[in-house]
Design a protein around this ligand. Structure first.
Ligand code: ATP
Ligand code: MG
Length: 571
């Protein structure tokens, strides 16, 4: 490609709307442009990278025995009503009506569609296992679209769905996908770690996420410093801390005017957060429930949702709802006399002595409260694990880092096949529901995550495997016939080798061209300058290192070397 012909405009200024490196660089390097909040157009350079990532995904999925498929993006409501998700999906689903007033949505994910395909097309156990995948645009009306294509409202996903005759088959399909994902992210140059994730009602070790460590990530990931354990904080079990044993004291009602927050209480009672128990009130599908955790702990809403079973929407209660449960203003809730449909008590609370809780009366707290003697509830793990707590596998200390989810593999079991009546005939002639798995990769989010991991102050540093162009050729002076002749010859012979070359034939200063090639992140650069008269050109890697002076006839060899170093074939 000749730069003079390519539709690309790089920006020197950092666009005000962008907060994180990948978003800034994608705009500055002219890879994409914004259309609306969370909706982007991909420019030729950006599209090339996306296609390269898609090619890798396609190759590894095919190698793993999956078959490519393409479903419609516009989906009829009936399918979603069958599975019960038409209502459950809520505001995140883009909904529309056709001219006959029939309901449709723009697919946020495709479990229903693939289950429907399987029930119509797969009849017998002899046809199983089947794994179908597609690379397609998804639509989600995210509450907070942000960070460019990291969390957008229209994005490209690879989603796959496996159909097996039993759990054993599903285990194999799941492992198979896990292995394919490891290869995919490796090949994209992305350091992604597989971590245990929450699998909701299905439970067990049935869900894993591929996480990229990143300060701008929206998930908290728990890592063990000593063993391989890694899990999303949603999932990682906490270990209750046992307080020092004390004799039970008599409950005392204390006037605490205007003392509501834990910080204010700590000051008022002149003690530590560990002496308090917070009672948080939630609306869970229009039922009011309360969760109790120690004063310094955070409620884990995923654990709470799982404990409640089948809850779709869990929200903090409104002040009116708090008042109806506690007969008090916000800040004075406690377990004694509270009116809620369920009271969940974090196990740690049962190992505390003589603690302080709200008195369900505005302006009052109770001191010396003890679990079991003064109240009871459903005891379980309802809080987030914290740094320094025990690894659930080896017992050593854990750490917590921010992470971005780039892929997700999930054992669905018979959740969809049962609700949608998707059956096959087994060895004994009996009808059985398919045992399913689903597997997603955010293609566009992967692209942004690679940039997050590979950039410097000058721009993007693409891994050779997904770079929009493998190399650039920069003639220093396009008016110099000799330089242009050598540049053209190199351009043609490299292209013949199957190498993607971007020739910067613009009549610009060399400095401008260098800056653009660096910003765009092209892995290799050949500069054709004055030294051509001596038969030499300069070769430089975007990852750093010196400008190497090499003979013109050695350029192809040098480029091939880089391909070999990266375990890539030159075609
Ligand atoms: P998140 O927790 O980030 O919202 P999710 O659990 O909703 O993700 P899945 O439904 O498992 O995501 O989708 C599979 C993959 O699609 C994710 O691993 C992620 O890479 C990608 N993805 C999901 N939502 C978005 C989005 N709004 N923008 C870009 N990529 C997304
Ligand atoms: Mg989501």
């Amino acid at each position: 490609m000749k730069m003079s012909k390519m539709l690309v405009s790089t920006l020197r200024e950092v666009p005000a709307e962008a907060e994180i490196a990948s978003h800034k660089l994608m705009l500055r390097a002219g890879l994409m442009r914004k259309m609306a909040s969370g909706v982007y157009n991909y420019m030729p350079l950006g599209l090339k990278v996306l296609k390269n990532i898609e090619d890798i995904v396609r190759e590894e999925m095919d190698k793993a025995g999956a078959q490519e498929f393409l479903a419609s993006a516009m989906l009829p409501a009936e399918l979603w009503q069958e599975s019960g998700r038409w209502d459950a999906y809520g505001a995140e689903m883009f909904r529309l009506k056709d001219r006959n007033n029939r309901d449709f949505c723009l697919g946020p994910t495709h479990e229903e569609v693939f289950t429907d395909i399987a029930r119509n097309e797969i009849k017998s156990y002899k046809q199983l296992p089947v794994n179908l995948y597609q690379i397609q645009t998804k639509y989600r009306d995210e509450r907070r679209p942000r960070f460019g294509i990291m969390r957008s409202r229209e994005f490209i996903m690879k989603d796959a769905y496996s159909f097996d005759k039993d759990e054993e088959g599903l285990d194999k399909s799941f492992k198979n996908m896990h292995n394919a994902y490891v290869k995919i992210f490796n090949r994209c140059g992305l350091d992604a770690k597989c971590v245990e994730a929450d699998s909701g009602a299905i439970g067990g070790a049935n869900s894993a996420e591929f996480m990229v460590k990143s300060e701008v990530g929206e998930d908290d990931v728990v890592f063990c410093n000593h063993c391989d354990y890694a899990a999303n904080i949603e999932k990682a079990p906490s270990t209750p801390e046992e307080a020092l044993k004390e004799e039970f004291k008599e409950v005392k009602k204390v006037e605490t005017p205007n003392v509501k927050t834990i910080e204010q209480l700590v000051e008022f009672f002149n003690t530590t957060e560990k002496k308090f128990v917070k009672t948080l009130i939630f609306n869970a599908d229009n039922k009011i429930i309360a969760v109790m955790v120690r004063g310094d702990r955070e409620v884990n809403e995923v654990k709470v949702t799982n404990a409640l079973g089948g809850v779709i929407n869990l929200n903090m209660a409104t002040p009116e709802e708090v008042a109806s449960a506690t007969s008090a203003a916000v800040g004075f809730a406690g377990p004694i006399g509270i009116k809620v449909s369920r009271l969940l008590v974090d196990e740690e609370v049962t190992k505390m002595y003589n603690f302080i809780v709200g008195a369900n009366e505005t302006g009052y707290h109770f001191e010396n409260v003890n679990y079991s003697r003064d109240f009871e509830g459903e005891v379980g793990d309802y809080r987030n694990i914290t740094v320094g707590e025990k690894c659930p596998v080896c017992g050593k200390e854990i750490t917590i880092s921010r992470g971005t989810e780039v892929g997700h593999i999930f054992k669905l079991g018979t959740k969809y096949s049962e609700s949608m009546n998707a059956n096959f005939i087994d060895e004994n002639g009996k009808e059985k529901p398919f045992v399913m798995g689903c597997y997603g990769i955010g293609i566009t989010r992967t692209m942004a995550s690679v940039i997050e991991q590979h950039n410097d102050e000058n721009g993007i540093i693409w891994p050779l495997s997904i770079a929009p162009y493998h190399m650039s050729i920069i003639p220093v002076n396009v008016k110099d016939e000799e330089q242009m002749k050598v540049a053209e010859e190199l351009y043609n012979s490299l292209k013949e080798l199957g190498i993607e070359v971007l020739m910067d034939d613009r009549n610009e200063r060399a400095g401008v061209k260098f800056k653009d090639a660096e910003l765009i992140g092209i892995p290799m650069r050949v500069t054709v300058g004055k030294k051509v008269t001596e038969g030499s050109v300069e070769f430089k890697l975007r990852t750093g290192g010196d400008n190497e002076l090499i003979k013109i006839e050695d350029v192809c060899k040098r480029v091939k070397e880089e391909f070999e170093k990266n375990n890539l074939k030159v075609v």
